[in-house]
Write a protein that binds this ligand. Structure first.
Ligand SMILES: C[S@@+](CC[C@H](N)C(=O)[O-])C[C@H]1O[C@@H](n2cnc3c(N)ncnc32)[C@H](O)[C@@H]1O
Length: 452
């Protein structure tokens, strides 16, 4: 029987009918996210495509398996290779992914070990691989006898913390091995759920009281004035006043760039890379009387900016355009302040988007840095004298951050670094670098650049 060749475009692989049993579905989704050729689809996009068809409990299990395997991929894959006498054939990709799911469940979930071990032989049969039923039973029993902390302690950091070598080496080069190790360890721990309270609905103390009244245990952020860390993640529908814009979900570090913006109350502000609108909403909360323009070159993502603003009851002019080429959208009136939350490697948010570790390549970084530099240079002339540009990324790479801003300052004689340092960051030559911190904020970079 001849088979149709498999499409090289990962988007085309979606056409297959999907199973409904959650572990089986997780394996199918993981084969789209982590295909053997490495050209996978985004975890969030793939999960979003099945969300509506699943019950809340199945959705929880599928999402946990997909996030968990992406988060610990290298560790699980390494253990599997060392535990098997004979390597799995490349054609048994689905079996490999199923075994990784089983390993993840045994080592990192709270589900009872016997239930996990018993689930996988049946899954192998459903995957048309009955030959792997005994193998899965033997391997998962073996894994159940190993302590994951001991397994990890015996491995080099990039394997134990599931990082690609290029990123580990770059972190060591940029921050030293000790800091790189802390970052690697923080990057495999799921991120806390952090809220931004809307100051239009009260001060931080009264917003905190609303959370307490709803029985939501939390503590305030250390860096951002309206950040609240929840003790336990919740569906947003359970947040008091969520539909009325009282709270938004946003990491604490991601709340800092908009806090650095200074402008007259009725000034002109540009959010130059706005979608999906987290920071646009925050700017609208801080400057409700300003003229706020939200720009992004991805028209589809701009719908999310509009719906975020609607939920907050806030106003902005939403524009599709290229931040690196203002001739297509700028009306010639200068801005008091610009927020440039630039596209970047996303290496500061690996705990929220663990698939980035396997999709991003070292070779992507110079191209991203080039785009960021073009945006900085193109937007700078749009600022009035004395105005400012806040440059931000969720990157942990020097090239996209402090080195980028230093080079910009060297090119633009009328720009100076006006970033205040906060506790706990690492010293960099320009701006402020936050590294991902366990139980706290993501990795983030920000620089406030003042025009003479
Ligand atoms: C880091 S995200 C922005 C996140 C957003 N500021 C928030 O807080 O929700 C970067 C955004 O830059 C946009 N982008 C990429 N290239 C662009 C360009 N040349 N011009 C304008 N926007 C661009 C992407 O579509 C993406 O939405």
């Amino acid at each position: 029987m001849s088979r149709r060749p498999r499409s090289s475009n990962p988007r085309h692989r979606r056409a297959v009918t999907r199973p409904t049993e959650p572990r089986h579905l997780a394996v199918v989704l993981l084969s789209e996210i982590l295909p053997a050729d490495g050209q996978g689809r985004s975890l969030r996009e793939v999960l979003a495509s099945v969300r509506a068809d699943l019950s809340p409990s199945d959705r929880g299990l599928v999402s946990d398996l997909c996030f968990g395997v992406c988060r610990h991929y290298r560790l699980l894959d390494h253990w599997l290779d060392t535990a098997m006498d004979k390597p799995l054939k490349a054609s048994a990709r689905a079996v490999r992914l199923a075994l990784l799911c089983g390993l993840y469940e045994l080592w990192f979930s709270t589900r009872p070990a016997h239930a996990v071990v018993n689930a996988y032989p049946d899954l192998c049969r459903s995957l048309n691989a009955p030959w792997a039923a005994g193998l899965s039973n033997a391997l998962l029993r073996k894994a159940g006898r190993s302590n994951v902390d001991n397994v990890r302690a015996a491995l080099p950091v990039p394997v134990a913390c599931s990082l690609p070598d290029w990123l580990w080496q770059q972190w060591c080069a940029d921050w030293g091995e000790e800091a790189a190790t802390r970052m690697a360890q923080a990057s495999v721990v799921p991120a806390p759920m952090t809220l931004r309270g809307n100051r239009q609905h009260g001060d931080a103390a009264s917003l905190s009281a609303r959370l307490h009244a709803a029985g939501i245990a939390h503590h305030p952020g250390r860096l951002a004035p309206f950040a609240f860390y929840l003790d336990d993640a919740l569906p947003v529908a359970a947040l008091p006043g969520f539909d009325d814009g009282v709270f938004s979900v946003q990491d604490e570090a991601a709340q800092l760039p908009a806090e650095l913006i200074e402008a007259p109350a009725q000034g002109r502000l540009l959010d130059a890379c706005a979608a999906p609108g987290g920071k646009t909403g925050q700017l609208a909360e801080r400057f409700p009387d300003a003229t706020l323009i939200a720009l992004d070159n991805d028209a589809a993502r701009l719908d999310r900016v509009r719906s975020n603003l609607d939920r907050l009851g806030a106003q902005a002019t939403v524009l599709a355009g290229d931040a690196a080429d203002p001739s297509g959208w700028w009306d010639g009136t200068p801005f008091d302040a610009i927020l440039l939350d630039a596209p970047c490697s996303a290496t500061g948010i690996l705990r929220r988007q663990p698939d980035v570790k396997w999709h991003r390549r070292a070779a992507d970084i110079p191209a991203l840095a080039g785009l960021q530099a073009r945006m900085l240079d193109a937007l700078w002339p749009l600022i009035r004298p004395g105005g400012l540009l806040v440059y931000a990324t969720c990157s942990t790479l020097m090239q996209e951050n402090a080195a980028q801003v230093s080079a910009f300052l060297a090119r633009q004689g009328d720009a100076r670094d006006d970033t205040a340092q906060v506790d706990g960051d690492v010293a960099v030559e320009a701006g402020q670098q936050l590294l991902p911190a366990d139980g706290a904020h993501d990795g983030f970079y920000l620089a406030r650049l003042r025009k003479a």
